[in-house]
Design a protein around this ligand. Structure first.
Ligand code: GLU
Length: 439
């Protein structure tokens, strides 16, 4: 394959194959810059170096016992500890967790954190389980992955289907087995504030997205969008990341939120939606816990909402939501990827051909793991930083990361996703080269 040639895949790939392909394509740009000895080092990044599969029982509220399968995948030892969230969802399997762990290695390099990538998950449907059942599942899963986690080994965090409550339980389980550990809080991030959690962690993913979007607009990188004031937004996924980005873009940047989708469908109103009211409707009024019906708006399919007119499209749910079959009808000028891997390989090509600017996941949503890093530092130091300090440090990290990725994009004439991969892989090679190979 010659330098910079496209692999030319014509069918949709699953997330793991897609990440591997993006990695292979990015390597072509790096090969010209490194000596032969370093080429072998790339193999260390193909990972993962450890995949743990656990099968365990949980007692359900009706007294029956149900078996669950969980995973923890550690992708790269580029730095220790490894870092990455834990997902509770029905489609969790080894390939998905491995792809997400791969992404974490790259993401940590993009924002230059001293972590390797990891990810975990349990195949379950948290929406169909009670709080007590989820608590028992979390505690047993924490026990099962106990041999591979630790403040200096591997540090989990929230992801889709998990949050503060689960992180508190993981911390408690770890602490029960390590009562004398001085910084046991640092075994997991995204904890409740009173257990050593950090200010700003909940909204961090959305905040990083807002900061890179702001930079892209300021630099004039998004064709046809020179201001965020009155810019129109469609958000897909109305969990933690989706709600906060809608709220931040609306309140802090003066954007108008026109469309919101969740897993059940979506709504669109050219007059604009209020993000806080939509959330309160979803959580307190809707029986099905959906935004559908808010302001009496009729139910649209997710596909219909994604293809409605807007300037900024924010996929905030999960992988492979923007696919080739709808990409041609997308009208947005920029796609801000707050979810991990939301754009399929075919959609990616179509959107780039249409000149849609894509702010890729490993850059745009890196605020989650960045504030996790701040939380880990605070735990190690027994400290608590104020929200303004967290926000200031996060913005600085994101502006630098945006600048670094943009420079690669300009130097090699690459789109931002490819540039982020090239930047991340080059950075990792630099670190691994200095570490050398054991023994
Ligand atoms: N789950 C988040 C992500 O995908 C955060 C990971 C972390 O904080 O370690 O980036």
């Amino acid at each position: 394959m010659s330098h910079g040639e496209k692999v030319g895949v014509r069918e949709e790939l699953d997330f793991l194959k897609r990440v591997k392909l993006e990695f292979e394509e990015a390597i072509q740009f790096i090969d010209t810059e490194v000596e032969t000895v370093e080429k072998g080092i790339v193999g260390l990044l193909e990972g993962p170096f450890r995949q743990l599969i656990v099968r365990f029982p949980v007692e359900m509220d009706d007294g029956t016992i149900k078996m669950f399968t969980g995973y923890r995948v550690q992708h790269s030892r580029v730095y220790k500890p490894t870092k990455g969230g834990i997902r509770f969802a029905p489609d969790v399997d080894l390939d998905l967790v491995t792809a997400l762990a791969f992404d974490m290695t790259l993401k940590c390099r993009v924002v230059d954190l001293p972590f390797g990538g990891a990810k975990g998950g349990v195949c379950c449907d948290p929406k169909k389980m009670s709080c007590k059942e989820l608590d028992r599942l979390t505690r047993r899963y924490a026990y099962e992955i106990f041999p591979v986690i630790g403040p200096d080994a591997d540090v989990p965090a929230p992801d889709v289907g998990t949050g503060e409550r689960e992180m508190g339980i993981i911390y408690d389980t770890y602490k029960m087995f390590n009562p004398k550990s001085p910084h046991a809080e640092a075994v997991v991030t995204g904890k409740p504030l009173n257990l050593g959690g950090s200010e700003g962690r909940t909204e961090a993913t959305a905040l990083s997205g807002a900061y890179v979007l702001e930079e892209a607009v300021k630099k004039g990188h998004i064709q046809g969008l020179d201001s965020l004031t009155d810019a129109t937004v469609v958000v897909q996924g109305y969990g933690n990341a989706g709600y906060y980005i809608a709220s931040i873009l609306h309140k802090d940047y003066g954007c108008r939120i026109l469309g919101i989708c969740d897993s059940k469908g979506g709504i669109y109103d050219p007059e604009g939606l209020n993000p806080e009211d939509a959330l309160s409707y979803k959580e307190n009024i809707s029986k099905e816990k959906t935004v559908i019906g808010y302001k009496g708006l009729k139910n649209l399919t997710i596909e219909q909402v994604l293809t409605k007119p807007c300037d900024i499209l924010v996929p905030s749910a999960k992988e492979t939501q923007i696919v080739g079959s709808i990409a041609n009808d997308i009208e947005a000028k920029v796609v801000l990827e707050l979810a991990n891997g939301p754009t399929s390989n075919l959609a990616d090509e179509i959107l780039i051909d249409k000149n849609v600017y894509i702010l890729p996941d490993i850059l745009a949503n890196a605020g989650g793991v960045t504030v996790s890093y701040f939380e880990w530092l605070q735990n190690k130091a027994g400290d608590q930083w104020e929200l303004s300090e967290i926000k200031g440090r996060l913005q600085k990290k994101m502006v630098t990361a945006y600048k670094n990725v943009t420079k690669v994009a300009e130097d090699y004439t690459l789109d931002m996703r490819k540039a982020a991969f090239v930047f991340a892989i080059s950075n990792a090679i630099g670190v691994l080269k200095n570490r050398g190979i054991f023994p």
